[in-house]
Design a binder for this molecule. Structure first.
Ligand code: ADP
Ligand code: MG
Length: 332
């Protein structure tokens, strides 16, 4: 037993009874401390089940979960489910007393034995989550994003070592989301907190995570650094989770000039460029989707449609003939 291990899953299996086998199968993981690990996978792939197993809200059928070398107790063995060094935040901001002030919602979780320490810590965590200015507001008057910040402050006030997040940003506006993601990264950096988050938003996991774990049908199919998984996914499933990519059949790929033996060929929108300077312009611009600083172009040839990233907005309009240069593709 290595003393380097922090939070580990050792061949953990949990199946739910039912017609279809569901749950997670023989998952082994080594969660690194002081990092953000993101678990991604399509709906029903076992993300929440895995998170609950790591926290001790569920007991595995087989295998075990260990925190610093010690087995985590399941709900049958522990009076208050969940490991004491961990806290979990989900979409429903449960536990929040909406009629109490933000301050009291957080301070109430601290012991009364040292009032000065209680005040200091409450202030500190409100600052970390950027909600100190809301301290005197009743929770009922908070926006969704503010409520989520307060829920995370509540989880962090007692200084857990691990924060588990189960898609907590779903109801938060995109503009608020980024700020909250940055603040959580900052807390991890400043305090040594370990975060394990479940998400299905590629932008979120790619920008936040230090480590990525990909779940499919209850199994880990690949794991690694987000940039590495994005650039070189070993599975079509992973590429589809992380990007809005073009997936071509072998026939379609050949029609695009890619000589391949693979069943599926994947082209990321940024891997193909439109140009109108070539003589052979065999693609037609079908739609231009304005994205602010860039555009997505939908171009077609025969029955094939490709989504391309165009960083020269306004250069093309629907109906234009273009040449498409494919710079890179993946084969599966
Ligand atoms: P995810 O969070 O990735 O959407 P879950 O871990 O919630 O996936 O669920 C994984 C699979 O297990 C799904 O098929 C789901 O329907 C099933 N499942 C989850 N919880 C239960 C339960 N308490 N009883 C029976 N089946 C469940
Ligand atoms: Mg879930």
């Amino acid at each position: 037993m290595s003393d380097m291990s922090f939070l580990q899953a050792l061949a953990v299996t949990k199946t739910y009874p039912g017609q279809r086998v569901a749950g997670v199968k023989r998952i082994s993981l080594n969660i690194k401390p002081n990092k953000i690990t993101a678990i991604i996978g399509e709906s029903g792939s076992g993300k929440s089940t895995l998170l609950r197993l790591l926290y001790g809200l569920l007991s595995p059928d087989e295998g075990r979960v260990q925190f610093k070398g010690e087995r985590i107790w399941g709900p049958e063995e522990k009076l208050i489910p969940g490991h004491d060094a961990m806290r979990m935040v989900t979409q429903d901001t449960d536990g929040l007393n909406v009629y109490a002030k933000v301050w009291d919602n957080i301070a109430v979780l601290m012991p009364n034995t040292d009032i000065a320490a209680k005040e200091e810590r409450t202030t500190q965590v409100l600052q970390q989550l950027n909600v100190l200015k809301l301290a005197d507001k009743q929770a009922i008057f908070l926006s969704g994003g503010e409520k989520q910040r307060v829920a995370i402050a509540r989880a962090l006030v007692t200084q857990p070592e691990v924060l588990l997040l189960d898609e907590p940003f779903n109801q938060v506006d995109t503009s608020f989301r980024e700020g909250l993601q940055q603040d959580i990264r900052q807390v991890v950096h400043d305090t040594g907190l370990t975060v394990i988050m479940v998400s299905h938003d590629p932008a979120e996991v790619l920008s936040m995570a230090d480590e990525l774990i990909v779940l499919k049908d209850g199994e880990v199919i690949e794991a690694g650094h987000p940039k590495e998984l994005y650039q070189n996914p070993q599975n079509l499933y992973t590429a589809k989770l992380l990007t809005n990519c073009n997936v071509l059949s072998q026939d379609e790929a050949r029609q695009c000039g890619i000589n391949t033996k693979a069943a599926d060929v994947v082209i990321y929108p940024e891997w193909a460029t439109p140009t109108n300077s070539w003589t052979r312009k065999d693609w037609t611009v079908k739609q231009v989707l304005f994205k602010g600083s860039y555009e997505d172009l939908l171009v077609t040839k025969d029955d094939i449609t490709l989504r391309l990233l165009n960083d020269e907005p306004d250069k093309y309009k629907a109906g234009d003939k273009v040449h498409v240069k494919i710079n890179r593709y993946l084969e599966f």
